[in-house]
Design a protein around this ligand. Structure first.
Ligand code: T4K
Length: 366
């Protein structure tokens, strides 16, 4: 292998999308002057309007995190018993099911998209199943037609975790319009961020109203608690950050698409490399390093780590983790989990750095 000098400073996996600092300063100053920091403040109302219109997602509710949005969705829809889901996701997906009082049932994914396989979902349905919770992993849309068909025929709720799919569409329809509810994450590592935060979009306005109520402890008026809720509210400071981030997204996406294209150009021809197509709103670059490669994914990861390049093995299969430990039969998910290596993807990556990362990968696998 050719020797390369390590990057100094290190290359992070991602970097928060830059915000309009002048606007943020003004919004924060106004917020502090108002002395209204949370509980249905004007920044939250404005950001709900901006995102609801910008994403064509009427009724969008901001939440304190993507996890809170998922939990609210499950609870507002009344899901209980078993929820069929994917094991190839961030822990939050399954954690939300448990937090909502149900049990996750893990089934296998499709080998190519790495998203829930509708056939596997159907085979796992029992009389206790109340819902399907699917993830648009790495922004690649699920088989929305197949999953809707299974949900309809079995009378199940269908919820989407779109934490990686902010802004994406399926044949012109916004990703948030599929299923009974769709959750977004605005964590600092996401393309669109409010530092911590998320959003929920529900198909039925009555469910939106239940979720809105549950987001603030289920309290109505001054005294009554109508339903058991939680504190899933976004703060005014987080919403101000989101308002200042919204205008910078187009530039960030354009650079990320260029970086992804450079990775594709350089890595596609290498043996065993399965190089992803990223969407219009790229979050991740999940390279798959298959058995035809001379070295496996972990060797490439270790080599890049020596060069101070941060990568991630997103995601360990949840049904094999200590907390879930059901060891379900999910061979496609396990294979994907052993092959995926997310490479750095953000607008702070200069072309020369991308080329050096590709040189290093090439030298490791050749
Ligand atoms: N569903 C799915 C499918 C998800 O992926 C997630 C979250 C959720 C639901 C739940 O949404 P939230 O409740 O979180 O809103 C991160 C995030 O904590 C998590 O939000 C995210 N998915 C998950 C995929 O990644 P880590 O532990 O891998 O991130 P960390 O801290 O190692 O950072 C990764 C890179 O980002 C590093 O290179 C450093 C850089 N970074 C990180 C932070 C926090 C920054 O540059 N600035 C920062 O502020 O979990």
């Amino acid at each position: 292998m050719v020797r390369f000098d390590p990057f100094d400073p290190a290359i992070p996996l991602t970097r928060p999308t830059p915000v309009d600092r002048e606007l943020l300063t003004r919004l924060l100053t106004d917020t502090l002057d108002r002395g209204w920091l949370t509980n249905a403040g004007p920044n939250v109302a404005r950001l709900e309007e901006v995102l609801g219109t910008g994403l064509n997602a009427p009724g969008l509710l901001l939440t304190s995190s993507g996890t809170a949005a998922l939990t609210l969705a499950l609870r507002a829809l009344g899901c209980s018993g078993e929820v069929v889901t994917t094991p190839l996701t961030f822990a939050a997906t399954a954690n939300a099911i448990v937090l909502a009082g149900a049990r996750p049932v893990f089934v296998d994914v499709e080998p190519t998209t790495m998203n829930l396989d509708p056939g596997e979902v159907e085979a796992a349905i029992t009389e206790r199943t109340s819902a399907i919770l699917a993830v648009h992993l790495f922004g690649v849309p699920c088989d929305v037609v197949g999953l809707a068909d299974v949900a309809r025929r079995h009378g199940l709720h269908l919820i989407y975790d779109a934490a990686h799919a902010f802004g994406e569409h399926v044949q012109g329809t916004p990703i948030t319009a599929f299923g009974d509810a769709c959750a977004l994450s605005f964590h600092a590592t996401k393309l669109f961020s409010t530092t911590e935060g998320g959003a929920l979009v529900c198909r039925d306005p009555a469910v939106t109203e239940t979720a809105r109520l549950m987001r603030n402890h289920g309290i109505v008026g001054d005294e009554d608690v109508l339903v058991v809720g939680e504190n899933a509210k976004m703060s005014e400071l987080a919403a101000a950050y989101g308002l200042a981030a919204w205008g910078t997204l187009a530039d960030e996406c354009a650079v990320r698409r260029r970086v992804a294209a450079e990775y594709r150009d350089r890595l596609s021809g290498l043996p065993g490399m399965n190089v992803p197509q990223v969407g219009t709103w790229p979050h991740y670059f999940p390279l798959r390093i298959g058995p035809e490669s001379r070295v496996n994914r972990d060797v490439v990861r270790a080599g890049l780590s020596e060069l101070n390049v941060t990568t991630r093995r997103y995601f360990p299969v949840l049904c094999d983790t200590t907390a879930y430990a059901t060891h379900a039969h999910v061979p496609h998910a396990r294979r994907a989990a052993s092959e995926v290596l997310c490479l750095p993807l953000h607008a702070g990556l200069e072309q020369a750095a991308v080329q050096r990362i590709c040189d290093a990968v090439e030298s490791l696998v050749r």
